[in-house]
Design a protein around this ligand. Structure first.
Ligand code: B12
Length: 214
């Protein structure tokens, strides 16, 4: 099965074309799960790689993610809940006191693009809200964003609250412009990434094994 047209329409952020390509593939009898994995997710992974290499920038990623979401919305009713969330569940949010969410939203879209179920708590999220969402959704990983040096202590508090609960399988990944590898290590996060493309790789490694990625 050829997914090339679908991938091109996603990287161009062309919503009507994505819709038409997904529908055409369904008509030829291609399995929805195959369209999701080999078409939509692979296309987003390729965008993520290009973003890492600075070959595409934030607007292109946002447009591709929006186009991909459109494709997913066609497939959603045809896929079972298991098929939609097979890679694991991630709770994401920007820490208390911080209202920046552009980077977090890109990370969210990339993670969704890679096949994770993502619960986005938004901005200004207190530690207790992270904790209750992790418990409610039985999350495998928490992804925490901070964009201000003044809210980095809030990130430390959040990690502390999550660690205190002693959830043995929960992994924690942190990021955002002022966050460094050293800071991530200091606050005992399991993973850190400077940008959204690598965040997906780190999330995959953390969820599939118990390796520390800091
Ligand atoms: C847009 C913006 C705003 C917008 C936010 C809108 C929104 N919806 O997000 C508004 C106007 C609200 C705003 C407000 C403020 N801002 Co502002 N803002 C910015 C700006 C210009 C861009 C940030 C951004 O979106 N970058 C683009 C995204 C794509 O990059 P990113 O966020 O870094 O995300 C990438 C990575 O960091 C990573 N990542 C991000 N999150 C995560 C999470 C995980 C888990 C992982 C793995 C990776 C990851 O992946 C992303 C994609 O690759 C920056 C300056 C700059 N050029 O960066 C200042 C900046 C962040 N703001 C700053 C400041 C000071 C403020 C204010 C305090 C200003 C004021 N005096 O009111 C307020 C604070 C409000 C608050 N309480 O949060 C400072 C912070 C300085 C510092 N070191 O603390 C900056 C650096 C500007 C500056 N040079 O002074 N801001």
């Amino acid at each position: 099965m050829n997914f090339e047209n679908l991938k091109i329409s996603i990287s161009a952020g062309n919503v009507p074309e994505v819709r038409a390509n997904v529908e055409a593939l369904l008509k030829t009898g291609t399995e929805p799960l195959e369209i999701l994995n080999s078409g939509l997710i692979t296309a987003m992974e390729e965008i993520g790689e290009k973003f890492k290499r600075n070959e595409v920038y934030v607007p292109e990623v946002l447009m591709a993610a929006r186009a991909m979401k459109e494709g997913v919305s066609i497939l959603k009713p045809l896929l079972s809940a298991d098929q939609l969330g097979t890679k694991g569940c991630i709770v994401i949010g920007t820490v208390k006191g911080d209202l920046h969410d552009i980077g977090k939203n890109i990370v969210t879209m990339m993670l969704e693009g890679a096949g994770f179920k993502v619960i986005d708590l938004g901005v200004d999220v207190p530690p207790e809200k992270f904790l209750s969402a992790v418990i409610e959704h039985k999350a495998d990983l928490v992804a925490i964003s901070a964009l201000l040096t003044t809210t980095m202590p809030s990130m430390k508090t959040t990690v502390g609250v999550l660690r205190e609960k002693g959830l043995p399988n929960l992994k924690i990944m942190v990021g955002g412009a002022p966050v460094t590898k050293e800071f991530a290590e200091e606050i005992r996060a399991d993973g850190f990434s400077e940008e959204a493309g690598s965040a997906v790789d780190i999330a995959k490694k953390l969820i599939s094994g118990s390796n520390q990625e800091v």
